[in-house]
Design a protein around this ligand. Sequence first.
Ligand code: ATP
Length: 238
Amino acid sequence: MKDLLKVSGLQLGYGRAAVVKGIDLTVPEGSVVCLIGANGAGKTTTMRGLSGLLKTTAGSIHFDGVDITNAPAHRIARLGIRQVPEGRQVFAEMSIEENLRLGGLQAPGPEEFRNRREKVLARFPRLQERLAQQAGLLSGGEQQMLALGRALMGAPQLLLLDEPSMGLAPLFVEEIFRIVTDLKREGVTILLVEQNAQAALEIADYAYVLEGGRITMQGPGAEIAENPQVIAAYLGGH
Ligand code: ATP
């Protein structure tokens, strides 16, 4: 399987503060790769670097063989990377329909746009029922569905999911992980950041542990889930 995403020596920070201190990671096409780590480890910062929202200070990012290091975010999106940001960040004042339309702006034509919209609404019947409703009035779980739907309107090859289950009721958490599994089955490649390490490691083909901006451990999801240090630090010590 080819490496869809290849990150080498990546460094990121805010002003003079280095946050991500030279990480290497690869995401093979068709796989789910998960990034776990404590609060402040640099997971969100990594995602922002990959989607072009934050400039890198060193290292390189290649997507499908193309060097996208410091490429503008809109170009990265057009190439096929879509991010579902931490905290969802739907456009609260806009309707569900309008949020989805924004996600599909780069669709190559009206027919493709309609196909994508139909697929997204079939996947998320709750959104279908409330198309004209203001996004800010949705529950947290519904907003997460909308954020996912908006990203899927871009028909991404690589989906960057930043804490998709954060703050959600257990039923929605289950639903999110079911959707991620479905997407994987459909061939979408996924990089997943999760606090819910247990559930994430269950579906991950491969996992990286990020600590203080450095990757301290990596391996197949099932192996990482059995590592005693990981169990003690991230899986509640059981
Ligand atoms: P969390 O789960 O809490 O989101 P994380 O692993 O995603 O944790 P980041 O959000 O990447 O961590 O933050 C890493 C470090 O960068 C933290 O020390 C944080 O305070 C700092 N940081 C994050 N965003 C900014 C910002 N906009 N300006 C300055 N420092 C920031």
